[in-house]
Write a protein that binds this ligand. Structure first.
Ligand code: CP3
Length: 347
């Protein structure tokens, strides 16, 4: 049991309530930039870690202890629920998820199975419960969004141009919408199970949806996103929407029943506000900058904070995940800087 009082800055910022300092967490805050994580990875694969609640809890807690962040994110992958649906996936080092039976036909979509969390992924729910016993900051659960998941399922692995995905979407709309629907149901079931087990906020990663233009997004993706967030609306946990290179989709995202919109570094906080985003904004330091000198990091962070703190509903994060080359010390210093700068300035 943690003895420190519960730090609720993150949850308050998500809800737009007054709080003490700008909360900070980092996408991919547990991972290869940490020597301790690399040591654990010598013994266990990523899937072995996530199947073992004790080890998975330890990995999730590492950045909370080391960096002083205001939230923990469950250590898992967006592919975690895929084997239960009948997808044969392996996470390859430095590549990402690789799928041996990619989806190419309506029949393939129909063969996808339903996720039953307590039967298929009890270890994830056990990890959430263990974490809640030990954490003094909120725990964020997550899922991959249908488009991003479908891009892996259809391409068979990571992709630059998503041409199999886009051609499937345009030439086989019936199969595409069924795929979105099945993945959307999975997202609702999975998020509900995580929240019921103890997750206090959830983020939906639609990392690669920026590959679509706004028109295709509205037709092929927006309906399922609306269904997902409507399906989890009543659950008591802020919902965060995130994608990379998706500034042109802000108007669409702004229609979703979400509490927080996550931005990458291409869209400034001010420009999102000017485009009518009034809810909580999360972001958006360029993760590449973490490899630059501290002066540069500090300068850009101040700019982001000055924009973010114009309203009380702002969460500091990176615009995407931490790269393995980053020094843990840099993230520790950055966290302390955000806390100090935001508690000094009167809002
Ligand atoms: O943020 C966290 O600390 C929680 C853990 C987390 C992982 N993956 C662990 C992981 C989260 C939230 C994810 C989400 C995820 N996975 C996304 C959405 C977020 C994003 O980055 O856009 C995506 C697209 C994936 C798919 C995936 N898994 C990729 C592209 C990779 C990278 C390949 C590589 O080796 O760089 C992975 C592997 C992965 N997921 C690692 C970790 C810690 C590295 C695996 C290792 O230890 O070798």
């Amino acid at each position: 049991m943690s003895l420190k009082p519960f730090n609720d800055n993150f949850l308050k910022a998500c809800k737009g309530e007054e709080h003490e300092h700008v909360p900070v967490w980092y996408m991919r805050q547990a991972g290869r930039f940490q020597p301790e994580y690399r040591k654990i990875r010598e013994k266990y694969s990523l899937f072995e870690i996530t199947h073992n609640p004790e080890v998975c809890t330890e990995v999730t807690l590492l950045p909370v202890r080391q960096l002083g962040v205001d939230a923990a994110i469950l250590f898992a992958d967006i592919m975690t629920p895929m084997p239960a649906m009948g997808i044969d996936v392996e996470i390859k080092s430095n590549i990402g998820p690789v799928i041996s039976n990619p989806i190419r036909t309506l029949e393939d979509v129909k063969n996808l199975r339903e996720l039953h969390p307590s039967e298929h992924i009890p270890y994830i729910l056990d990890t959430v419960k263990l974490l809640r016993e030990q954490l003094n900051v909120p725990l964020i659960g997550f899922t991959g969004a249908p488009f991003t998941l479908a891009s892996y399922l259809i391409e068979g692995g990571p992709s630059r141009n998503y041409y199999f995905t886009k051609s499937f979407m345009h030439s086989n709309p019936e199969a595409w919408h069924l795929l979105m629907d099945r993945l959307g149901d999975m997202c609702i079931t999975y998020l509900k199970a995580q929240i019921e087990a103890g997750a206090q906020a959830v983020q939906v990663f639609d990392s690669w949806v920026g590959a679509l233009n706004a028109e295709d997004y509205a037709e092929f993706v927006a309906p399922v996103m609306n269904k997902i967030f409507t399906g989890v609306k009543e659950l008591d946990a802020p919902k965060i929407m995130f994608g990379v290179g998706a500034g042109h989709l802000l108007e669409e995202w702004n229609k979703l029943p979400v509490d927080v919109i996550g931005l990458d570094w291409r869209t400034s906080i001010r420009s999102a506000r000017q485009q009518g985003v009034t809810r909580t904004v999360q972001g958006n330091l360029d993760p590449g900058l973490l490899l630059a000198s501290w002066n540069e990091i500090e300068k850009k962070t101040k700019e982001i904070l000055d924009q973010g703190m114009e309203t009380p509903n702002f969460v500091f994060n990176l615009g995407h995940g931490v790269y393995p080359q980053v020094e843990a010390e840099t993230l520790k210093r950055l966290t302390a800087f955000v806390h100090e700068y935001s508690s000094k300035i009167k809002r």
